[in-house]
Structure formats: structure tokens, C-alpha cells
Design a protein around this ligand. Structure first.
Ligand SMILES: C[S@@+](CC[C@H](N)C(=O)[O-])C[C@H]1O[C@@H](n2cnc3c(N)ncnc32)[C@H](O)[C@@H]1O
Length: 392
């Protein structure tokens, strides 16, 4: 193993580390001779070693901490980190064959994501350091999980911030066109090369199950993707309408409904903004509505427009909801925190003239852990609400 370069960080950077944040920004870093994607030794005041980290020569996040001591970051280190992440999932008693195996910083494996789809894995390496590690990571994952195939789903745009290209390729074994998996009672055929995220919205898996516990009657799932909520809710509901703006997604919902023998799940292509308005005009009522739109605020500049989008769909949904009905409303925008999202939904309820109680405040599933002190890792908000029946 070569000797790591020394990188010096400022007192402000050191203070960030003391507060438990794993990233140091470029303005607080003197990289010395460090190279792109190198695992460096981080030093602070009086040359004290603060740990080892991935170094990026492009991103504003120049340092992503790996350790807080001077132990070598070698093959045995990566094996221990991966083993710990895998072992933690084994303790969760997950009722699914697809789930997240490695969730970046929250597994002490910064910018590395691994999703399991039965015996196939999808891997993302989202920083220069993680990207350099890919061959080693692949070999260790094969050894530790027995995966028959691994795809690198390195198509997220954030890689551009690291000067990395966007690519999708098979890095180990065989990966079928469609991988059959099960989330709770629902079966899916997943395209892990081209589906959104790495194929499914695995972060919503536990919310699908939680929502199913309250859902009943006539259901509208307005941003359905492959039917995550629609299919999970179908068991306890009489009729389920699933909408998505993407024709591919609609085709996939229909195929999934047939595969799971759920003929009362009907999917149609629609822009939810227009369709919610049309349904309201037509005087339609639902007993359960799910809103799980894509991230409206992709960057801070888009925040105002995003909040008005969230308010609009929640207002329409609350008007469409029958008294006593359940609204499951989500936001996966990193830039919209839980308090702000709650305020927007509250404003929508006020405009809709609805009195609403909070049944559950939820976040992403336990296989996507939140890092304490790093609020941006709690990105998924999921409120389960009840529109109270004031006529009762
Ligand atoms: C976050 S995903 C939904 C995930 C899904 N609820 C699940 O648990 O698997 C958002 C979906 O909304 C769809 N979408 C985006 N804009 C839309 C719009 N204006 N109307 C309807 N669907 C839209 C996207 O195609 C995507 O499939």
C-alpha cells in the first residue's frame, strides 16, 4: 500500500468534524500533493492526524471522512465496513428480497450505494474516491454476498460535480433484463439497468406497508411509478387508480398488477397536476390518496416553485378526499425539511377547509439510515394524515 498524501484542514474544518459532520469543503482544505480520488491522511492544527478520507480535486466537498484515527485504509478495512453494513440489514428482519445494503455516509462508506435485488446488486460510486475503489468493492461484494451479477448504476447527474462521467455497465457476472423480486407481498420484475434510481424506490418500502395498514375503499395513487403504493394498498381496498406521467411506468404498473392478480388496480397516463384538478371539477371522491411526487426542489433556487407545487397537489388531494379519508403525502426533496413540508401541507389543509390529524410522521426505511447531526441525510418525508369528519 502506498503512503497516503497529507491534507491540511483549517480550524473551521476541524470544528465541523468535531460536530460530527463527515464532509469538509474545499475552502477549508490545503490539499498539498493529494491526487483525484486518493485516500488521504487528514491533519489539523499542530499537524495532528484527524483521520483518513476520500479526496476530490473537483467537488466542493473536497474531503469525505472515512476514519477518525491513523489505521491504514486497506482491503481488510473495506471488508470490515461492508460486513458491518450487510450484518446490520440482517438484523432488520426485512420482509423483501430487494433492499439497500449500503447507504453511503450512514454506513461509514461515504458516497457508496449498494442495492440488493435478489442475488443481483446495483452499485453507485458517487465521488472520485469511491469510483477509484469500484473494482475492489466489486470483488469484496461478490465474496461477501455471493452476488451472481453486479451493475454499476453510475448514471446520477451528481457524478458531474466530481468530474466523473455517467455510465451503466455490468461489472460482474450476468444480469438479466428483468430481475424478479418481492417487497412484502408484492412481486415485481425490475429493470436494474434503466429503472429510476436503481430500479425501484426502495426507500419507500416500509412506507408502502405502513400506508397499507390504514388504506381502504377507493384509492388514488397520483405519482405511482411502478405501483409501489398502489399495489401494496390493493389488498385492503376496493378500487385503486394509479397515475403516472410516464407511459413506461404505466405499462409496468399494469404488468405488475397482472402479475400479482390485482385486477382492481387500474393505471393511466396523466399529469397529476391536471388530473387532480379535473377530478375535483368532476366531483369525484376518494377514501385514500397517495402523493409521492419526484423531488420538486432539485436545488435551493427551485425552492419557492417547489413549495407552491407541493401546496397545489396537497390542496387538491384534500379536496378530493372524503371525510374520514387518509392522505399519504411525501416529499423526497433534500432542500425541503420536515418542518417546511409540514407547514406547506398545513396551509393546503387550511385552504381546503379541512381539519387534519397526523396519524404517522415517517421517513425513509431503516435500510436507508439517517446520520445524526447531518440533517440532509433525512431526505424523505412521509406524512400519513386523516381528514377529520366534522359532520360526525
Ligand atoms: C418518487 S416516484 C414515485 C415512487 C412510487 N411512489 C414508489 O413508491 O415506487 C415519482 C413518480 O412520479 C412520476 N411523475 C413525475 N411528474 C409527474 C406528473 N406531473 N404527474 C404524474 N406523475 C409524475 C415520475 O414518472 C415517477 O414515476
Amino acid at each position: 500500500m502506498s503512503v497516503p498524501s497529507d491534507v491540511l484542514i483549517s480550524p473551521r474544518g476541524e470544528a465541523r468534524l468535531r460536530h460530527g459532520h463527515p464532509w469538509i469543503y474545499r475552502s477549508d482544505v490545503d490539499p498539498g500533493g493529494a491526487t483525484a480520488g486518493e485516500v488521504v491522511r487528514v491533519r489539523g492544527a499542530r499537524d495532528r492526524v484527524l483521520g483518513h478520507a476520500f479526496y476530490s480535486d473537483q467537488s466542493q466537498i473536497a474531503i469525505r471522512m472515512l476514519t477518525h484515527d491513523d489505521r491504514p485504509v486497506d482491503d481488510a478495512f473495506w471488508r470490515r465496513r461492508l460486513e458491518a453494513a450487510i450484518r446490520f440489514r440482517e438484523t432488520l428482519d426485512i420482509d423483501a428480497t430487494a433492499y439497500r445494503l449500503v447507504h453511503g455516509e450512514a454506513d461509514l462508506l461515504p458516497s457508496i450505494v449498494v442495492d440488493r435485488y435478489a442475488d443481483v446488486l446495483a452499485v453507485q460510486t458517487l465521488s472520485q474516491g469511491a469510483d477509484r475503489l469500484l473494482p475492489q468493492l466489486t470483488a469484496l461484494l461478490v465474496e461477501l454476498t455471493g452476488a451472481s451479477g453486479i451493475v454499476e448504476r453510475n448514471d446520477p447527474r451528481v457524478r458531474g460535480l466530481e468530474g466523473l462521467d455517467q455510465r451503466v455497465s455490468v461489472v460482474h457476472g450476468e444480469v438479466p433484463e428483468r430481475v424478479p423480486v418481492r417487497l412484502g407481498p408484492v412481486e415485481y420484475d425490475v429493470d436494474i439497468r434503466a429503472g429510476q434510481k436503481t430500479g425501484l424506490f426502495l426507500d419507500q418500502r416500509e412506507n408502502h406497508a405502513a400506508a397499507a395498514g390504514y388504506a381502504r375503499g377507493r384509492v388514488l395513487d397520483a405519482f405511482s411509478y411502478h405501483g409501489g403504493f398502489a399495489l401494496a394498498l390493493a389488498a385492503t381496498c376496493t378500487a385503486v387508480e394509479a397515475l403516472d406521467v410516464s407511459p413506461d411506468a404505466v405499462g409496468q404498473i399494469q404488468a405488475n398488477a397482472a402479475r400479482n392478480r390485482l385486477p382492481h388496480v387500474q393505471a393511466r397516463e396523466a399529469n397529476a397536476f391536471d388530473e387532480l384538478r379535473r377530478l375535483e371539477k368532476a366531483g369525484v371522491r376518494y377514501d385514500t390518496i397517495v402523493l409521492d411526487p419526484p423531488a420538486f426542489a432539485k436545488h435551493k433556487g427551485a425552492l419557492e416553485k417547489a413549495l407552491s407545487g407541493y401546496k397545489d397537489i396537497n390542496l387538491r388531494a384534500l379536496r378530493l378526499l372524503a371525510p374520514g379519508g387518509i392522505l399519504v403525502t411525501c416529499s423526497c426533496s433534500h432542500h425541503v425539511d420536515e418542518e417546511t413540508f409540514g407547514r406547506v401541507v398545513q396551509a393546503a389543509a387550511a385552504d381546503a377547509g379541512a381539519t387534519v390529524s397526523v396519524v404517522e410522521r415517517r421517513t425513509q426505511g431503516r435500510d436507508h439510515p439517517v446520520l445524526l447531526g447531518v440533517p440532509e441525510t433525512r431526505y424523505l418525508k412521509c406524512l400519513i394524515l386523516r381528514k377529520l369528519d366534522e359532520s360526525a
